[in-house]
Design a binder for this molecule. Structure first.
Ligand SMILES: [Zn+2]
Ligand SMILES: [Zn+2]
Length: 487
C-alpha cells in the first residue's frame, strides 16, 4: 500500500514537472515566433535586396555579404571565404552541444531576368534572375537563425547554432566543398528548406550527378584542298553524341544523360576543326550506377575518337554530387512543426497577383489556394525519387539532414521560370520565407531543449549510410570558381 502511494506521488510529480516544462517551453518558443512576426519588413527588404542584384554561382559577393552582415549585426561570429570559396561562410552562435546547422543558399540563374509583375517582363535583357528562389532560401535561413539565437540568449540554453552559407547550388556544388573540408564533422543535425509552391516535408531522394568535359583534338587542314590531312574534332564530338544517344536506350530508366556542345570547333566550313568540346551531365540514383554509366559514356568517347582519327581528353569536374539521403525520424519532427506553423495567408492583392500568374500556366484559383495549408506528409512516399540533383546530397551523407519546402511561388509554375522570379520577389515570397524561418526555429528549439530527439535521427542515419561508410567526394578537387564567368 505504502509503495503504491509513493508511486502515485512520484507519478504526480512527473506529470506536474512535465506540464511545467511544456508550458515554459511553449512560452519560450514564442520569443522566436514573436521576433519573426515582427520582422517581416526586415526580411522583406533583405530578400528584395538580393533579388534585385541577382548573382551567379561563386560570384555572389553582394548577396553573401548582405547575409553575413545581418548575422554579424545579430551577434553571430562569421568566418568568410571558407572551403576555398570566396563567397562561402560559416556563422556561429552559442556553445556546447548539440550542434545544429542550417543551410543557406543565395545564387541566381542566368537569362531569367524578370520584373515583379504577373506577366513576362524582362528587367535586364539577358540578365540573371532568382528563378529558384535562393534569395528567399538564404534570407529565411538567417531569419530562422536569428530567431533561434534570440531564444538561446533569453533562455541560456546550451548548444551551438551554425549557419552554412553555401554558394553555387546551381551547378557549382558549393556544399560538396564544405563536406570535403570536414565542416559537418562535429555537427549533430542540419536543417534545410527550399522555396516551392506548397508547404510540405521533403523526404524525397534525388539523383547523383557528375559533370564531365570531353575535349576532342584533331588536325586542321583545308577542307577542300587537303581533306586527307585533316582530322575533324567536331566529327569526334558528333560520333560521340550519336553513340551516347544509342546507349541511352540501354540504361536504367531513372538515370539521365544530357550534353551541350561548348566548343563547336570553328566558324569556317572550309577549315577542318582541330578542336571541339562537349559538356556532359550524367545522373543516376546511386553512386555505383553513376560510375557504371559514366564508364560506358567514357568508352563511347574513346570509340568516337578512334573512329574519327582524333584523340579525346576527359575532365571530371569537382562538385559532383551524391543523392540525398532522407531521414524518417527527422521528417516526422519537421512535420509536427510545419503543422504548428501552418501555410501562408495572402491578402486579396496577393491572391489577385497569384491568379494572374496562374493564367499563364492554366492553374485554377482553387489549385492555387492550397498554399494556405500544409500538404500532409505521407510516410509511404518516403524516399521517393525526384529527377533532379542537389548538393544537399553530400551534406546528407555526412550528417542527418531534415528538409522541407514552403510556399513562395504560385502553384502550377515550372521550376526556374519567370513566374517564380516574379512571385518570389514580392511579399508572396517573403511570406513563405517567414513560414520556413518559423519551422527552423521550432525544430531547432526542439533539438536544443531535448537533445534525446537526436538519438533516433542519428540511429536511422547510421543505418541508412551502412556499416563502415566513409564519405569521399565523387570527384575530389577544388571548386570551379569561374564556371559561370562567361555567362
Ligand atoms: Zn534550381
Ligand atoms: Zn534551388
Amino acid at each position: 500500500m505504502r509503495k503504491y502511494i509513493v508511486l502515485l506521488i512520484i507519478c504526480a510529480g512527473v506529470i506536474s514537472a512535465g506540464a511545467e516544462k511544456k508550458q515554459s517551453k511553449s512560452s519560450k518558443e514564442s520569443i522566436a515566433i514573436d521576433y519573426l512576426n515582427k520582422s517581416f519588413d526586415t526580411y522583406n527588404r533583405l530578400q528584395k535586396q538580393i533579388w534585385s542584384a541577382p548573382e551567379l554561382g561563386f560570384l555572389e559577393v553582394n548577396s553573401s555579404t548582405a547575409l553575413q552582415n545581418h548575422l554579424t549585426a545579430n551577434g553571430f561570429t562569421v568566418e568568410k571565404g571558407v572551403a576555398g570559396i570566396p563567397t562561402a561562410f560559416v556563422a556561429t552562435y552559442g556553445s556546447g552541444l548539440p550542434v545544429i546547422g542550417i543551410l543557406a543558399e543565395f545564387d541566381a540563374l542566368s537569362g531569367l531576368s524578370q520584373d515583379t509583375v504577373p506577366f513576362e517582363k524582362v528587367l535586364v535583357p539577358g540578365g540573371n534572375g532568382h528563378g529558384c528562389g535562393h534569395q528567399l532560401l538564404g534570407t529565411a535561413s538567417i531569419a530562422g537563425a536569428v530567431a533561434i539565437k534570440k531564444w538561446i540568449e533569453t533562455t541560456g540554453a546550451k548548444g551551438t547554432l551554425k549557419v552554412f552559407g553555401t554558394p553555387a547550388e546551381e551547378g557549382g556544388g558549393g556544399k560538396v566543398f564544405f563536406a570535403q573540408e570536414g565542416f559537418f564533422k562535429n555537427v549533430d543535425a542540419v536543417l534545410n528548406w527550399h522555396p516551392a509552391s506548397e508547404n510540405a516535408v521533403n523526404a524525397s531522394t534525388s539523383l547523383a550527378r557528375i559533370s564531365i568535359l570531353y575535349k576532342f583534338h584533331g588536325k586542321a587542314a583545308h577542307a577542300a584542298a587537303n581533306p586527307e590531312k585533316g582530322r575533324s574534332a567536331l566529327d569526334g564530338v558528333e560520333a560521340f553524341d550519336n553513340m551516347v544517344n544509342q546507349l541511352r536506350e540501354h540504361i536504367v530508366s531513372d538515370a539521365r544523360i544530357h550534353y551541350v556542345i561548348t566548343d563547336g570547333g570553328g566558324v569556317s566550313p572550309n577549315v577542318v576543326p582541330a578542336h571541339a568540346e562537349v559538356s556532359y551531365y550524367v545522373r543516376a540514383k546511386s553512386i555505383p550506377e553513376l560510375f557504371d554509366i559514366l564508364g560506358r559514356v567514357d568508352n563511347a568517347a574513346d570509340g568516337a575518337a578512334l573512329g574519327t582519327g582524333t584523340t579525346v581528353t576527359k575532365k571530371r569536374l569537382a562538385g559532383a554530387i551524391y543523392p540525398v539521403l532522407p531521414n524518417k525520424a527527422f521528417s516526422r519532427l519537421i512535420e509536427k512543426n510545419l503543422e504548428k506553423v501552418g501555410g501562408v495567408q495572402w491578402t486579396e492583392k496577393e491572391v489577385a497577383f497569384a491568379n494572374e500568374i496562374g493564367k499563364s500556366t492554366n492553374t485554377s484559383p482553387k489549385e492555387i489556394e492550397k498554399v494556405k495549408n500544409v500538404t500532409p506528409y505521407k510516410e509511404s512516399e518516403f524516399g521517393k525519387l525526384q529527377s533532379g540533383s542537389s548538393d544537399v546530397g553530400d551534406v546528407s551523407w555526412n550528417v542527418p539532414v531534415g528538409s522541407f519546402v514552403a510556399s513562395t511561388f504560385v502553384p502550377g509554375s515550372p521550376g526556374h521560370s519567370w513566374q517564380n522570379v516574379a512571385a518570389g520577389g514580392t511579399s508572396i515570397g517573403t511570406k513563405g520565407a517567414i513560414v520556413a524561418a518559423k519551422v527552423f526555429a521550432l525544430t531547432a528549439i526542439d533539438l536544443f531543449s531535448n537533445p534525446a530527439l537526436l538519438i533516433p535521427i542519428k540511429e536511422e542515419f547510421e543505418k541508412a549510410r551502412g556499416e563502415g561508410f566513409k564519405y569521399a567526394p565523387i570527384v575530389p578537387g577544388k571548386p570551379e570558381l569561374d564556371y559561370r564567368k562567361e555567362n
